[in-house]
Design a protein around this ligand. Structure first.
Ligand code: ADP
Ligand code: ADP
Length: 237
């Protein structure tokens, strides 16, 4: 589902973010990427939906080249990729439902979504997504009235509303307490199992990675230093 071929990412200031990454992630996998701060986890994730360009190599998603895609092709690829951030990135003053509906934007012309118009089907898809993360009763609450854990579940629902093939979660639990962390990780795991959505999660705690991943990839200084099943990941720091 996702393929990295000799991928190098060098930032304009010269810093190497990724140093020759080769990876294949299969459909339906639940992969956790671990590594210390600065290891390249975020750079790797952001390269997949081309939030930034890579310097060399190629990345494929579902057989399509992200690297060579033109504007229209890239929008099509991005529709299949739901992204979840540490800081939730919700529109704070909008309702939960409005936020989740924004996951549907890629399915419509800019013109209709500019005026906040979404067909009935989109409302149903969005409410279903909220049910999957057990937060449907908050649909008409303003996003900024929710706790951090609830906001992260809304952002998961927004990703689900895209009906994506892939979910990328960049340190999704880094600002949450231990209990909420588990709820959010449980949600991601359940969604991966029930909907077969290929999932990549960046974490900096190896213990959490071991508990949830089927495969752990360890990064250090932009290189893969471990890649294997959880059972072998005892030294994966
Ligand atoms: P992680 O997500 O594992 O903490 P990052 O992918 O954020 O690591 O960073 C990898 C390396 O790239 C680090 O050395 C970081 O300082 C550097 N880096 C990240 N973003 C930028 C940027 N916009 N400009 C320059 N260097 C960056
Ligand atoms: P986080 O680890 O929470 O993702 P970072 O500190 O890695 O946050 O990055 C915050 C922002 O600063 C990101 O947009 C990243 O691209 C940028 N950044 C990170 N490291 C550098 C760097 N060495 N030089 C320039 N920008 C950087």
């Amino acid at each position: 589902m996702i393929e990295f071929k000799n991928v190098i990412k060098q930032y304009p200031n010269g810093t190497i973010g990724l140093n020759n990454i080769n990876l294949t992630i299969k459909e339906g996998e639940f992969v956790v990427i671990v590594g210390l701060s600065g290891a390249g986890k975020s750079t790797l994730l952001r390269s997949i939906n081309r939030l930034h360009d890579i310097s060399a190599g190629e990345i494929l998603v579902d057989g399509k080249s992200v690297t060579r895609a033109n504007g229209k092709q890239l929008r099509r690829i991005r529709r299949d990729i739901g992204m979840i951030f540490q800081s939730f990135n919700l529109v704070k003053r909008a309702t939960v439902l409005r936020n989740v509906l924004s996951g549907r934007v890629g399915y419509h012309s800019t013109f209709s979504t500019m005026f906040g118009y979404f067909p009935k089907e989109d409302h149903e898809i969005s409410l279903d997504a909220l049910s999957r993360v057990n937060i449907r009763e908050k649909a008409f609450t303003r996003a900024d009235q929710l706790s951090g854990g609830q906001q992260q579940r809304v952002s998961i629902a927004r990703a689900l509303a895209q009906q994506p093939k892939v979910i990328l979660a960049d340190e999704p639990v880094a600002s949450l307490d231990p209990l909420t962390t588990r709820q959010v990780m449980d949600d991601l795991q359940r969604i991966n199992r029930d909907l077969k959505i290929t999932t990549i999660v960046n974490l900096h705690f190896i213990d959490l990675a071991r508990e949830y991943a089927t495969r752990i990839i360890g990064l250090r200084a932009g290189e893969v230093v471990f890649d294997g099943p959880v059972s072998e990941a005892t030294d994966a720091k």
